[in-house]
Design a protein around this ligand. Structure first.
Ligand SMILES: Nc1nc2c(c(=O)[nH]1)N[C@H]1C(S)=C(S)[C@@H](COP(=O)(O)OP(=O)(O)OC[C@H]3O[C@@H](n4cnc5c(=O)[nH]c(N)nc54)[C@H](O)[C@@H]3O)O[C@H]1N2
Ligand SMILES: Nc1nc2c(c(=O)[nH]1)N[C@H]1C(S)=C(S)[C@@H](COP(=O)(O)OP(=O)(O)OC[C@H]3O[C@@H](n4cnc5c(=O)[nH]c(N)nc54)[C@H](O)[C@@H]3O)O[C@H]1N2
Ligand SMILES: [Mo]
Length: 764
């Protein structure tokens, strides 16, 4: 393992070099170059990386280094089939790393677990479908099955899946969104009447201020750096709030700009603030407090700072909110945020100077206990200035998976809206289940207690992505049947129920040939743009099936061909799109609208100043700041120094998919079991950099949650805060530690203690 400070800019030659390395690693170089050129282009496929949008700029590549990794990873020539599994028991495979498992190649044929030999063996597609149907139809209640979705599933796959599950009789739709942007949806829906972001990619060209909270776009949304860099270049204030100094937010070299490649790129952030974990709500409360004082001062001179006419016309709840702001003491604001009054005043200055402001955020904001309240605080700030539905201003939750937003639009939702259920009933003439189903945390609890007996996953890596790994492992093992529809072998496939199936599917890059010819699918980006995606290169996918074909096979075997002709839909995705068009608002005439280059925009009610809230107004929400990020009862559990841990992504991974061991911009290479810690904290613990430590989380139950043998890395991070990689640190996240109103695991706020690893363990 090496640790070496990275002083270059993000992007640049390092990105090109890494792109070339991952091309070579795929063992499919010529074909994958062709693939990359088709990424995010019309008549090409949507990048299976992130959900950032595209600008219509002809002649440019539309992939980034990390998109290239995702494409190369999927389009590998290696294959995992029955013959592969004949060599290894599941017990042996389960001891291998996440990197090893996925690196073996693409899952190539349907597989069934054989208990006697502890191995997976080939099975026919029909036998696999029949096994699922028989287990599902055996259940005494359809709600004894869980239907997970990961956000790479296309709109067509997601729509067909939810239709099948609701026809079967359940709303049990745990999904990756429950662990991701759930808090954004909940917060925004209640405040402005839509759970989606209010801006389009064009707005970034008109913003005077872009406030980036709790996200690392250099790694997770690299194409956003191009957008931010252009905005910075024309003078917009880019203001960053991040617990760590992330290189990508400081400096960026666009690999497509010959001039920048020679000159070393541009600064992005004008002012970089490093609040404490969970301190962002306090930051924004402080900003509002400064601006409120200025507004009150201005009123005495018959001027105003806030946009009073906007507030009067559109909002409710102002008085109560301002009272809450006034009552929040500065001592709590500075304590919780870790920023000084001077720093917060500086942030307020930059906000006030910017006529049009966009606020963006990701997991650094959504994976806390008070995430919903924090996002509503962002909304309050924007409402005070009328920064919603104005060109160049708005709220922008930057989504994770490339189609996670689309999956929700298609009805992957354990709490579907009544209007959606009614529309399904009208289109398909059956009564969908009306009661709410299970989210991810509830699904784990139901499998743990034995209430749920069948688990089906449309993509993803449930056991590695969810909290409390040991408990989730137990929950899946309890099931009578686990089924994974997937492209690559992962931990969840090895964490099997009594019976288990792996069903290999096509990915975004593959040509999807059905009875009526090659098919395209659609996705929705963070800006509510829906566009087509078509795989481009033929390869050996002979015994794989598309996601819609697999869902149709399961549905046909379970329910027969009524009231939906599943197999017909899977043979021609235009039919699925016709059904979507008939059911979901904004999709009328979908098949035709997709012919427009770049796709079509779904619109956003809040951006039109139509507030679909309970009161038909935009709503200020008044929340008190949390008393403490680590509540008193948890503090009381240990006499040791308590740290707050965040779990984050390295530059060389896609969620639980580990591409390699280079966290380039953080200068960490060759090791993933690490803890980033402030240098002073390391000294105070009588430890030294490079030493091995055990981390134990604090939670008021008897269970011991610990990770051992993690290496200390001295890092520019606020005292009292530490960071480790997801998914290695997931065993520390207690299943019951969830966000208020969102139920999202608090992956960015875990109270832990640190101890030097015992000698015996250190030798391992
Ligand atoms: N290459 C690549 N791209 C991806 C992914 C991937 O794994 N790899 N994952 C995709 C998915 S599903 C998602 S959801 C997104 C995730 O995108 P991000 O949200 O950028 O992902 P994280 O690595 O979780 O990073 C969280 C960032 O927030 C900061 N942070 C953590 N806690 C706090 C806090 O309390 N306050 C503040 N101000 N900052 C904080 C961390 O220091 C870190 O920079 O990316 C998507 N794109
Ligand atoms: N501690 C901690 N936990 C977290 C997070 C965190 O920041 N910290 N982040 C959370 C977030 S934001 C998210 S979104 C979740 C992610 O949770 P998931 O979405 O469940 O996990 P992924 O790692 O994205 O799933 C990877 C697997 O998806 C399969 N796959 C890839 N492409 C396809 C495809 O096209 N079709 C199908 N059917 N399968 C495919 C492959 O088999 C691969 O192994 O994790 C959450 N968990
Ligand atoms: Mo995510």
């Amino acid at each position: 393992m090496t640790v070496k400070k990275y002083n270059g800019s993000a992007g640049g030659w390092g990105a090109l070099k890494s792109t070339a390395k991952h091309l070579l690693k795929s063992e499919n170089v010529a074909r994958n170059i062709k693939n990359l050129l088709k990424t995010n282009q019309d008549h090409g496929f949507d990048c299976p990386g992130c959900a950032w949008g595209e600008k219509d700029e002809p002649g440019r590549f539309r992939f980034c280094e990390n998109g290239a990794k995702a494409v190369n990873w999927e389009a590998t020539a290696r294959r995992v089939d029955g013959e592969f599994f004949s060599q290894y028991t599941v017990t042996w495979l389960n001891k291998q790393s996440d990197y090893f498992l996925e690196y073996q190649g693409r899952l190539a044929e349907p597989l069934v677990y054989d208990q006697a030999s502890d191995k997976y063996q080939a099975i026919s597609w029909q036998a696999a479908f029949d096994l699922i149907a028989s287990e599902l139809n055996k259940l005494s209640d359809p709600n004894q099955a869980e239907f997970y979705t990961s956000g790479r599933a296309s709109n067509e796959a997601a729509f067909l899946y939810q239709l099948f599950v609701r026809r079967f009789g359940s709303n049990n739709f745990p999904d990756c969104s429950n662990m991701c942007h759930e808090a954004s949806g909940v917060a925004l829906k209640s405040a402005i009447g839509t759970g989606k972001g209010t801006v389009t990619i064009d707005d970034f060209e008109h913003a005077d201020g872009i406030f980036v909270f709790g996200q690392n776009p250099g790694t997770n949304h690299p194409r956003m750096l191009d957008t931010l860099s252009k905005a910075a270049h024309r003078g917009a204030n880019i203001v960053t709030f991040n617990n760590l100094k992330e290189r990508g937010l400081e400096r960026f070299t666009n690999p497509q700009s010959p001039v920048e490649m020679l000159t070393g790129g541009k600064a992005i952030t004008k002012q970089y603030f490093t609040p404490k974990l969970g301190g962002d709500m306090a930051v924004v409360r402080g900003i509002v407090k400064v601006l409120l004082a200025r507004h009150q001062q201005a009123l005495s001179e018959y001027k105003q700072v806030f946009n009073v006419s906007f507030i009067n016309e559109h909002c409710l709840g102002l008085e109560q909110y301002l009272q809450t702001v006034e009552q929040t003491p500065w001592s709590l604001i500075t304590e919780q945020s870790g920023l000084t009054t001077a720093e917060i005043t500086q942030a307020a200055d930059l906000f006030q100077q910017s006529k049009r402001v966009i606020i963006t955020w990701a997991m650094g904001i959504t994976q806390h206990k008070h995430s919903v309240a924090t996002i509503q605080e962002f909304t309050n700030l924007q409402l005070l200035f009328g920064h919603i539905g104005q060109k160049g201003a708005g709220l922008c939750p930057v989504r994770g998976h490339s189609n996670v937003q689309g999956d929700r639009t298609m009805g992957i939702n354990e709490k579907p809206e009544q209007a959606f259920l009614d529309a399904l009933e009208n289109s398909f003439h059956f009564k969908p289940p009306q009661q709410a189903g299970h989210n991810t945390v509830e699904a784990i609890q139901a499998m743990l207690s034995g209430e749920s007996k069948v688990f089906i996953a449309l993509g993803g890596n449930f056991v590695a992505a969810t909290p409390d790994t040991e408990i989730t492992t137990q929950a899946l093992s309890n099931c009578d049947l686990t089924v994974n529809i997937a492209t690559k072998l992962n931990r969840s496939h090895l964490t099997h129920g009594k019976q288990s199936l792996i069903l290999p599917c096509l990915g975004r890059t593959d040509i999807d040939m059905q009875a009526t010819g090659p098919q395209s699918v659609t996705v929705e980006d963070s800006f509510s743009m829906v566009h087509a995606s078509q795989g481009v290169v033929a390869s050996n996918t002979k015994n794989m099936r598309s996601e819609p074909a697999i869902i149709a096979g399961i549905a046909q075997a379970t329910l027969g061909a009524k009231p939906v002709d599943w197999l017909a839909m899977a043979s021609n995705y235009d039919l699925i799109r016709d059904a979507i068009a008939n059911t979901i608002p904004g999709f009328a005439d979908m098949n035709n609208k997709l012919k427009q280059p770049g796709g079509f925009y779904l619109g956003n009610s809040a951006a039109q100043h139509q507030w679909l809230t309970k009161t038909n107004k935009a709503q200020f929400h008044s929340h008190d700041l949390p008393d403490d990020i680590v509540p008193a009862p948890i503090r009381a559990l240990s006499n040791n120094k308590i740290f707050v841990l965040q779990t984050l992504r390295s530059h060389d991974q896609y969620n639980t998919t580990i591409y390699g061991f280079e966290d380039r911009y953080r200068g960490i290479s060759g090791e993933r079991n690490i803890i980033l810690m402030n240098t002073q904290d390391i000294t105070d613990l009588n430890l030294v950099e490079g030493e091995r430590v055990d981390v134990t989380s604090l939670w008021p139950d008897k269970k011991k949650r610990q990770i051992v043998n993690f290496k200390l890395v001295s890092y520019d991070i606020p005292k009292g805060n530490i960071a480790a990689y997801f998914p290695e640190a997931n065993p520390l996240v207690p299943l019951a530690s969830n966000g208020d109103l969102s139920d999202t695991p608090t992956s960015k706020s875990i109270a832990v203690i640190i101890e030097k690893t015992q000698q015996t363990a250190a030798i391992l």
